[in-house]
Design a binder for this molecule. Structure first.
Ligand SMILES: *Cc1c(COP(=O)(O)O)cnc(C)c1O
Length: 454
């Protein structure tokens, strides 16, 4: 199995190459050259525990890695989850299920991909004898999940920049209380954009980048998407056979990575699946699926900060595979047009299995309260967005992307008690280790020169 760029400007890459590369050299995103049909494998897969299922799924794509090594990688990746089911599917009501993707080390669904990616990086690096320094900026969840994916790895150090005082205290603890020697959290006196700008500048300094073998915590890495496909297959196989005929996954969406993974599974011979893209007030994707017009507007902070995104990086994979019929020239035209004017009007837009809903902060609050009242379940503000439209006539699976304990103040305000999680409680006794500095790329570069792996 090979992987090609959505922009068609480079040769096909192997799995290992595409994972190590992250972004394709022509600026596009890697996608599988062809999508396999997994339908005949499903009866066999029904019996597998989660890590085994993950390994079997990944073997179809990672054909250049020995099968036993993939088994070991998948086994390690899901060791730090707090339940043996890894992704429990809980029934809330007759046709309504909750897929709990918050049992990983940072209590958000990003652990599914980043724990796997961390193990895979370590494996690929030890195979090639290379060492890397990972550099990234975060406004919240991704940094913590990336750090926890690479915790204690001998061949990668990780430097994560974040805006001092502007992320939640719990998120900061998840990055700064790890005790790991290869982790360097850097609190920047400035905004997230300042942190991001420094990271971009250091990556564009090609001498510095190659001297320190800088690697990005890539939100667009192909392996992340594939690792996320697994829990859709898993959830589907947990449903009884009658419920499988007509299933809608409702997915809180920001960068479109999570829901895209599910949609890919529906293109791999698993019939009867549809997807609802649930946005918060940053509703570019909601507007697209309603109107066929893709148009940016300003990012507004919301109760669901990990979805405060306008331009979804994974969207390019969808337009390549769906709207543009794998025509890379057409993708280049759309991306260039969109970059220029911040808008693209698709003629003959096809929703292709997607529908959409949106929830502003007021609705998020109402939905947290009503979900607790109706189903006795405490949901976080991201998951709440997925409760905005449960009108689908068939089996509904709400994808729960974060543990409510990550948002103690909002839950307290709405429900009158505090949501708790053991792993977060344990962090409260640990010491914060971070470096605070001005938003100056020279200072960050000096830190990498002092602490980076050589
Ligand atoms: C990242 C994140 C999302 C958005 O997922 P995408 O793959 O970017 O669409 C939703 N909820 C939580 C809790 C997240 O951390």
């Amino acid at each position: 199995m090979n992987f090609v760029s959505t922009r068609g400007g480079c040769r096909p890459f192997s799995f290992s190459e595409a994972v190590s590369e992250g972004l394709a050299p022509d600026g596009g995103l890697f996608v599988p050259e062809t999508l396999p049909d997994i339908s005949a494998l499903l009866p066999e897969w029904e019996k597998l525990p989660y890590p085994k299922l993950c390994a079997e799924f990944m073997k179809i794509f990672a054909v250049d890695i020995p099968a036993k090594d993939i088994d070991a990688i998948a086994e390690m990746a899901y060791k730090r989850f707090d339940t043996p089911e890894i992704a429990p599917l809980t029934r809330l009501d007759k046709d309504l299920h909750l897929l709990e993707l918050y049992h990983g080390p940072t209590l958000a669904f990003k652990d599914f991909a980043l724990q796997f990616l961390g193990e895979l990086y370590e494996y690929l690096l030890s195979r090639s004898g290379r060492k890397i320094n990972v550099l990234g900026a975060t406004s919240g969840d991704t940094g913590g999940a990336a750090i926890n994916g690479l915790l204690g790895k001998g061949n990668a150090n990780i430097f994560i920049l974040y805006p001092e005082g502007r992320i939640s205290p719990l998120q900061e603890r998840q990055m700064t209380c790890t005790g790991a020697k290869n982790v360097f959290p850097i609190a920047i006196r400035g905004t997230f954009d300042d942190a991001q700008a420094i990271v971009k500048e250091l990556f564009s300094d090609l001498d510095f980048k190659s001297a320190w073998r800088l690697s990005a915590v890539n939100s667009i890495n192909l392996a992340r998407i594939l690792a996320q496909c697994v829990y859709y297959v898993w959830a589907y196989l947990r449903l009884d056979k009658d419920s499988r005929a007509k299933v809608q996954f409702i997915v809180p969406t920001g960068n479109f990575g999570n829901v895209l993974a599910g949609w890919l599974v529906s293109k791999m011979g698993v019939g009867g699946l549809s997807f609802k893209v649930a946005t918060n007030r940053n509703d570019i994707l909601y507007r697209l699926f309603k109107t066929g017009v893709y148009e940016v507007s300003k990012v507004c902070p919301s109760h669901a900060p990990s979805m405060d995104i306008q331009v979804s990086s994974n969207f390019e994979r969808f337009i390549y595979l769906s709207q543009c019929g794998k025509d890379a020239a057409k993708v280049r035209e759309v991306m260039a047009g969109f970059k220029k004017s911040g808008k693209w009007v698709f003629d003959n837009f096809a929703a292709d299995g997607f529908s959409a809903s949106r929830a502003d902060d007021e609705l998020i609050e109402k939905l947290i309260v009503s979900a607790y009242g109706k189903y006795s379940v405490v949901i976080d503000p991201h998951t709440a967005c997925a409760f905005a439209d449960l009108s689908f006539d068939g089996t509904k699976v709400v994808v729960s992307t974060a543990h409510p304990a990550k948002f103690p103040d909002l839950i307290k305000k709405l429900l009158g008690f505090e949501a708790k999680a053991d792993s977060l409680e344990r962090l409260k006794d640990k010491q914060i280790v971070k470096t605070v500095m001005d938003a100056d790329k020279v200072l960050v570069a000096a830190m990498i020169e002092k602490c980076g792996l050589v």
